[in-house]
Design a binder for this molecule. Structure first.
Ligand code: URA
Length: 198
């Protein structure tokens, strides 16, 4: 797929997400948050669900956690305009509660299609909910910062499981761990690209 074709397909998905009214959170949100970034990104970040700031702007990771995420990506020498950032759930759950299984299930096909179109060499999960999409039976405290090859939708990806930036905000030692994990990301992503090309 060319970049222009990818862009068109991603816009089609974003329109479907914005038009959908089959969930209470979709009916009640200010803005749906489909995700944004380079249609040809080599790295894709997947968070949990939009918060109040994301709901207000219709963009992922623009609040306090988002600022930390974007700053940490840049500090890792990864260009923020060369990545794609999205979420497991595309609408804000009220009071920032955890996403419910039905909400994750309804939003699953959109995320699967985003992955299929962009085909990033590296997928970075942020927190438990996005990690559980690929690795349902592991604890984030045991695998944070780790990378591994996975097969998803019959294609190979390099999966990196990171803590959610909201976890990092909760304390100095959390922040240190979060930043330390990210310091390895650029090299892992370069290796993943080389593997993809073999
Ligand atoms: N937290 C998330 O998981 N996603 C966002 O877009 C914002 C905060």
């Amino acid at each position: 797929m060319t970049i222009d074709e990818k862009k068109i397909e991603l816009e089609k998905i974003a329109r479907e997400i914005r038009d959908f009214k089959g969930l209470e959170i979709a009916k009640n949100c200010i803005n749906a948050v489909p995700g944004e970034g380079d249609p040809d990104a080599k790295i894709m970040f997947i968070g949990e669900a939009p918060g109040a700031d994301e709901d207000a702007q219709g963009r992922p990771f623009v609040g306090r956690s988002g600022q930390l995420l974007r700053q940490t990506i840049s500090e890792s020498n990864i260009k923020i305009d060369k990545v794609f950032i999205t979420n497991i759930v595309k609408y804000r759950p009220p009071e920032n509660r955890d996403p419910e299984p039905l909400e994750i299930e309804i939003c699953r096909d959109w995320l699967d299609r985003q992955i299929q179109i962009i085909e990033p060499a590296t997928i970075v999960t942020l927190g438990h909910f996005s990690m559980a999409k690929f690795l349902p039976d592991v604890k984030i405290s045991q695998v944070h910062g780790h990378g591994q090859e996975i097969i998803f939708q019959e294609k190979k990806y390099f999966l990196v499981t990171m803590y959610h930036p909201a976890f990092a905000i909760r304390g100095t030692s959390n922040m240190t761990e979060f930043k330390k994990d990210f310091s390895q990301l650029r090299q892992m992503a370069i290796n993943a690209l080389k593997l993809r090309r073999c």
